[in-house]
Design a protein around this ligand. Structure first.
Ligand SMILES: Cc1cc2nc3c(=O)[nH]c(=O)nc-3n(C[C@H](O)[C@H](O)[C@H](O)COP(=O)(O)O)c2cc1C
Length: 358
């Protein structure tokens, strides 16, 4: 029987185990030019015992930034700063992919360089408020991407993927989940376009397929992953019938052959199983079983074949040596929500390992 502590061949990349660190925005890119800092180097190096680390969402272009102090992958300064992170993780025996996150309509002009405004599939504002430096503000109506704008955005992702490889990353995860730009194209309430990017599922998947294809062309399909969250309502997304859309997406991706599919579940295990059946690469699952946050019980999903790897968010944030703790059956540090986003090293690099400081 395969267990979470067995190695895994990820399209030729050897992973030490099947416990992944899920992508988590930490809003601490205080370096000049939105670069990761020395604290970021420590944070990821501490977590290098993961079979695979997926970084916090990084913007592939300035307009893709939706939260304060998130790092990018669009400048040489950022490439140089990320290089320190990947070197430290590799020196500690780990593997690391960068998540490319373009937040689309989830953002605010005050977070962007002068003259830039959030873009989206359609000029439909998300209901709710965005976190800015001056407190919460209403989401704005995004500028609808033209076909030229779409092509530029796809090219930005490909360039950021090349930057990721230049920075030493083992690969890139394309973010098409959680209500951000690619998800805004997938969902019928945020995409009301009348062109070939809107309407039936085969059109709404086009942007995500173009992103994955462009990234795979740039750095290789074996270095490319995709994250989806079918039915997730985050960012005012409404997907009443996700099955047809996501089945079509996975079918279209078979021709591209990305290394992994990362599903952030919102409770629909039947759809997870359906997508697994249709996807020939590695399935990385951020499981939502019976509505609970992922915990040690989720490892059984590797043993019964539901997934090839399990990713942990909050638990990995709070437990730098999570694979070891899972193997030992605990104990686990409790995540402190107050220090999730922004702040100093408290709640970032000071969670203790079982045998003291890492
Ligand atoms: C502080 C925090 C930041 C997050 N940021 C991201 C992100 O940048 N990209 C992403 O795809 N998911 C993000 N997520 C979602 C996690 O990857 C994960 O799917 C979620 O926490 C549920 O998994 P869990 O129960 O193991 O925590 C974030 C979650 C947390 C707690």
């Amino acid at each position: 029987m395969t267990t979470a502590f067995d190695p895994l061949d990820l399209a030729g990349l050897q992973l030490a185990n099947r416990v992944a660190m899920a992508p988590m925005t930490r809003s601490r890119a205080y370096g000049p030019g939105l670069t990761p800092t020395d604290a970021t180097v420590r944070y990821y190096a501490q977590r290098a015992s993961a079979g695979l680390i997926i970084t916090e969402g990084t913007q592939p272009s300035p307009v893709g930034q939706g939260y304060p102090d998130t790092p990018g992958l669009h400048s040489q300064e950022q490439v140089a700063a990320w290089r320190k992170v990947t070197d430290a993780v590799h020196a500690a025996g780990g593997r690391i992919f960068a998540q490319l996150m373009h937040t689309g309509r989830i953002g605010h002009p005050s977070l962007l360089p002068d003259g830039l405004a959030p873009v989206g599939a359609s000029p439909v504002a998300a209901k709710g408020k965005v976190f800015t430096r001056d407190g919460p503000k209403e989401f704005v109506e995004p500028l609808e991407l033209t076909e030229d704008g779409i092509a530029r955005t796809v090219a930005d992702h490909a360039a950021a993927a090349r930057n990721a490889v230049a920075a030493g990353f083992d690969g890139v995860e394309v973010h098409a989940a959680n209500g951000y730009l690619a998800h805004q194209f997938l969902a019928p309430n945020s995409n009301v376009r009348a062109d070939r990017y809107g309407g039936p599922p085969g059109n709404r998947i086009r942007f995500a397929v173009e992103l994955v294809t462009a990234v795979a062309d740039a750095i290789g399909a074996h270095r490319t992953g995709l994250r989806i969250s079918p039915g997730n309502s985050l960012g005012d997304i409404h997907e009443p019938e996700p099955d047809a859309t996501y089945v079509a997406l996975i079918q279209a991706l078979e021709a591209v052959g990305p290394a992994y599919l990362h599903i952030m579940e919102t409770g629909d295990r039947a759809l997870t199983l359906e997508l697994r059946k249709r996807f020939s690469g590695v399935l990385l699952l951020n499981a939502r079983t019976d509505g609970r946050p992922s915990g040690p019980q989720e490892l059984a999903l590797i043993e019964d074949g539901t997934a090839d790897m399990i990713s942990y968010g909050a638990l990995f944030l709070a437990n730098p040596d999570l694979p070891r703790r899972l193997r030992a059956g605990g104990p686990f540090n409790t995540p402190d929500r107050a220090t999730y986003y922004g702040g100093d090293e408290r709640g970032y690099t000071d969670y203790p390992a079982l045998d003291g400081d890492l």
